[in-house]
Design a protein around this ligand. Structure first.
Ligand code: MIC
Ligand code: SF4
Length: 649
């Protein structure tokens, strides 16, 4: 390729940020680029591994401009594990130059947006909703903990240059229709795999009416489209938000060029949108609220990183003020941050919520990741969250719907799904002029790191390493699954499994347990093997345990029709070969089949085709890889940590 299109034509905002941070590679769609990472974030459920990995890299201090370690997921302390992990995280942050956001300070994405996210910067986070920071014009991406550890070490982040999609928002939202409905509409149109390999960039006259917290609901849930990231320009709304956060000095204007080139354009007429809802159990099963109106509701959960800003909770309180939650509904509220909680307390909104019968939870992920508040059997749960994958709530065969604050408020009062437009004029909610700024729960790193001792409880087990790729891979198909398998299905979370994140041998026992409880035992008996999957294998969370645990159980390759971005990267990082196969081959493979990938090392180096043989039938399977030369090296070495070590650190 000679001259890049972007050198001659106008640039998208995404391209501008990538080019300003690019170290290597061509910025043309699908090619691998590497960029410098300005900021990183981790949360506790992925952070313990990320910091063990950072430690293994042997550096005295992070080399990013800013790294923050949040505690927001593992907050239910039913045993010693979570509290031990919190202490480990606090001590390791102090030692290695990392800010530590104490339990109670809030959900990583909300706090990061409030206190740190900056227009034009790059952010890598070990959580799939990291793109939320795109609401202020940052290029923010989710990744596995190991990729974040490597970024903290000052190394470039490698990813496939995304296709940039322009989402043009025309007109203005009508009363009771919310930012959540914009992203639900995109999910309806594009599905959970519609954003894979893409960045969604928002523009249009509709932007002026969308505040940063509303934009954040959209960028946050862009992850459910499988998108690499989502980004808004940095404009007067951004400036206003940063001013309220007393961070106006972080503001700078940032937009695409007027003649910017986009690979795709999506138009949304905001005035034509109506309240939407995602039915169980996929974020793209979107329909109009009016279509499911009348469905009885047992639980309403408001909050999560998707819908827990001051504006969100104050809007809920304004609808509930002076009324009582319906007798058949349990309403929970988990605020996004201590700032939000503090502000609704001062404004009186919290008192209105309590008076209405809402159950106030602490500022953290809570029910969103199955940490308590599992819904009743066959009970419909309406959540303002971003994911409703089956069983994630903690109840088997759950019935979780995803909706806006407005739809949740209407259901909390009426005990059924109702169109909120039936409630008359919506109450007006104003943002406070000054936000409450109190960073005392954000601990800066120690000024005497040598004196800090890292505190490791018995829950922290050493990191297992993958083995180098052998000459030939041989084994049996341990499991065959369908399309859109989520990382929640590969490695469930929830109150009993999430605390085992720092203990790979223990957590491995739960691999695929919701789909097939005998998986771990079979993997041990068969000495490892292969997994066969459909389209978009590994969608959802960034949890590297969905690769780490299968690796620990001896899985050497996944043969799927296509992969979700972060999970594919995690497989490579942990030495598991991601191979793509066609539909016909997918149909022929069965659990128990013995298959072989002969001369795999040579095949990977030679080209994109990797012949696979089904031994009993003798049938050849036309498998392919789309690995870059760097990724092939990683796999041959047995994963990223082995690769870095082999390179002498
Ligand atoms: C999620 O929403 O699924 C999580 C829990 O936040 C995950 C991270 C994890 O599994 O620890 C994510 O989104 O990446
Ligand atoms: Fe936490 Fe849920 Fe957000 Fe994941 S999606 S970071 S579990 S609140």
């Amino acid at each position: 390729m000679g001259i890049l299109e972007g050198d001659l034509l106008g640039k998208s905002l995404t391209r501008k940020i990538i080019e300003a941070h690019r170290l290597d590679g061509q910025a043309s769609a699908g090619e691998e680029v590497s960029i410098t990472i300005d900021q990183t974030l981790t949360q506790d459920a992925t952070g313990t591994m990320a910091y063990l990995q950072f430690e293994a890299l042997g550096l005295p201090r992070v080399r990013t401009r800013l790294s923050v370690s949040y505690v927001d997921h593992n907050m239910l302390q039913t045993g010693f594990e979570n509290a031990d992990d919190h202490r480990f995280l606090q001590s390791i942050a102090a030692k290695f130059g990392i800010y530590f956001s104490r339990p109670g300070n809030g959900i990583s994405h909300q706090v990061h947006l409030e206190r740190f996210a900056a227009p034009g910067s790059t952010l890598l986070g070990s959580d799939s909703h990291t793109p939320m920071a795109g609401a202020v014009g940052a290029l923010a991406m989710g990744a596995g903990g190991l990729d974040v550890a490597v970024a903290m070490a000052g190394q470039p982040y490698h990813f496939a240059m995304p296709r940039v999609v322009l989402v043009r928002l025309n007109g203005h939202l009508r009363p009771w229709v919310a930012a959540k409905d914009i992203i639900l509409e995109l999910l309806r149109r594009l599905t959970v795999k519609g954003g894979v390999g893409k960045v969604l960039e928002y523009e249009g006259q509709g932007l002026a009416g969308l505040s940063v917290p509303e934009r954040a609901t959209i960028t946050n849930m862009g992850s459910e489209l499988g998108a690499t990231s989502s980004v808004f320009p940095s404009d007067e709304q951004t400036r206003d938000f940063l001013r309220r956060q007393q961070r106006e000095s972080d503001w700078r204007p940032l937009t695409s060029d007027p003649d910017a080139v986009y690979e795709e354009v999506v138009e949304i007429d905001l005035a034509a949108l109506e309240p939407l809802i995602a039915r169980p159990s996929s974020p793209d099963a979107v329909t109009k609220v009016s279509e499911v109106a009348g469905t009885p509701v047992a639980q309403v959960c408001v909050g999560s990183c998707n819908n827990s800003s001051f504006l969100d909770l104050a809007s809920l309180a304004a609808v509930l003020k002076g009324k009582t939650v319906h007798p058949s509904v349990s309403l929970t509220v988990n605020p996004g941050s201590r700032q939000v909680l503090n502000m609704i307390a001062r404004s009186g909104a919290l008192a209105d919520l309590i008076a209405s019968g809402a159950r106030i939870l602490e500022a953290g992920c809570g029910p969103c990741i199955g940490m308590g508040q599992a819904p009743p059997s066959e009970g419909v749960s309406l959540r303002t969250y971003n994911r409703n994958f089956e069983g994630r709530s903690g109840t088997r065969n759950d019935l979780v719907y995803l909706c806006s604050i407005q739809v949740a408020a209407a259901a909390a009062l009426s005990g059924a799904i109702v169109d909120p437009r039936r409630m008359g004029d919506p109450p007006r909610v104003e943002l406070p002029q000054e936000y409450l700024i109190d960073d005392r729960m954000l601990l800066p790193p120690s000024s005497e790191p040598d004196k800090v001792e890292i505190i490791r409880g018995p829950n922290i087990k050493p990191l297992p390493l993958a083995k180098p790729m052998p000459e030939t891979l041989r084994g049996r198909v341990l499991l065959k699954v369908g399309d859109n398998i989520t990382t929640d299905q590969i490695m469930p979370a929830g109150a009993s499994i999430l605390p085992l994140r720092s203990n790979v041998p223990a957590i491995s026992e739960h691999t695929f347990s919701r789909i097939d409880p005998s998986f771990a035992q079979r993997a041990r008996e068969w000495g490892g093997g292969f997994v066969v999957g459909g389209e978009n294998y590994g969608q959802g969370s960034s949890r590297e345990h969905a690769a780490l645990a299968p690796m620990y159980l001896g899985v050497r390759a996944v043969l799927a029709r296509s992969f979700a971005r972060i999970h594919r990267a995690n497989l490579v990082n942990f030495g598991i070969l991601p191979l793509t196969i066609g539909y016909d081959d997918y149909l022929t493979l069965e659990q128990g089949d013995e298959i072989e990938v002969p001369d795999v090392r040579e095949a990977l180096k030679k080209g994109s085709q990797v012949p696979v043989r089904n031994i009993p039938t003798g049938r050849e399977i036309a498998a392919n890889h789309d690995l870059t030369a760097r990724e092939v090296e990683l796999l041959l070495a047995g994963g990223l940590l082995n690769y870095i070590r082999a390179q002498g650190g």
